[in-house]
Write a protein that binds this ligand. Structure first.
Ligand code: 2AL
Length: 249
């Protein structure tokens, strides 16, 4: 069983951390690898970054290297499109983390990076039917590429969120926090959910159950059509896949 964890930003260091966390949690015999796109933003912390991360992410998924995929960014960029494109299941880390947190307590707090990303987390909580469990979304005010080294700021934001929101679970709002989860949980004293590891196990479980995204409705493969300009290869997915295989993430 092969699972590919796509970090939609182009940071190699963050991709390596995501890969280590994914390999640490995957079951025996699961070949799990983290990749990042050849094109796109260095980190995703705005709607603009998120929109422009999606072509590179979809190109990685079009390469068809795995049985199932994780999208390892808390905005779950391109999740619906990836589900149309992939043969196997695709799980975003925000969806996996929120659904997992809802199994663990009465209400969770999301702690994200920059304040400006809070709206997106709320949008996703509503979209996934999780708004009834989400007690609050707050920021630690540390940029994505610095968050791994800023455990104290994340812990302080988690403690404040749990007290202010009257929540009993924390959801980490950035893939860059994945390796710090145990340390953060020890310091905060409530269950702390990291979406990267939750999503890897969710994909593994769907594959073991023999389940994949339904192709019966709106997640059927998108109809082929001409695309123009720099997006021309996206119109013919065979060409797109071939172009990515030449430049692995
Ligand atoms: C993220 C994330 O998980 N990866 C990234 O580049 N930005 N999330 C966030 N809230 O900033």
């Amino acid at each position: 069983m092969r699972i590919e964890v796509v970090n939609p930003n182009t940071s190699r260091e963050m991709t390596a951390a995501i890969g280590r966390a994914s390999q640490a949690i995957a079951g025996p015999g699961v070949d799990v690898r983290a990749t990042c796109p050849a094109m796109g933003p260095a980190s995703i912390e705005s709607h603009y970054d998120e929109a422009l991360s999606v072509p590179g992410l979809l190109a990685e998924i079009a390469a068809g290297r795995a049985d199932g995929y994780v999208i390892a960014c808390f905005g779950d960029p391109g999740l619906d499109a990836a589900r149309e494109l992939a043969d196997g299941p695709v799980v975003g880390i925000a969806e996996a983390a929120m659904r997992t947190a809802a199994l663990l307590g009465r209400g969770f707090s999301v702690v994200t990076t920059l304040e400006r990303t809070c709206g997106r987390a709320w949008d996703l909580a509503h979209r996934y039917g999780m708004a009834g469990f989400c007690r609050g979304v707050s920021a630690c005010d540390v940029p994505v590429l610095e968050v791994e080294a800023a455990v104290d700021a994340v812990v302080a934001a988690c403690r404040s969120a749990v007290a202010a929101d009257r929540s009993d679970v924390v959801v980490l709002g950035c893939a860059g926090m994945t390796e710090q989860r145990p340390e953060i949980e020890r310091a905060v004293g409530v269950p702390v959910v990291d979406g990267v590891q939750a999503a890897v196990l969710q994909v593994e479980s769907l594959l073991r159950l023999g389940l994949r995204t339904s192709a019966a409705g709106e997640f059927a493969a998108p109809p082929p059509k001409p695309y123009s300009g720099v997006l021309a290869p996206f119109g013919v997915r065979r060409e797109l896949a071939a172009s990515v295989r030449k430049t692995p993430g």
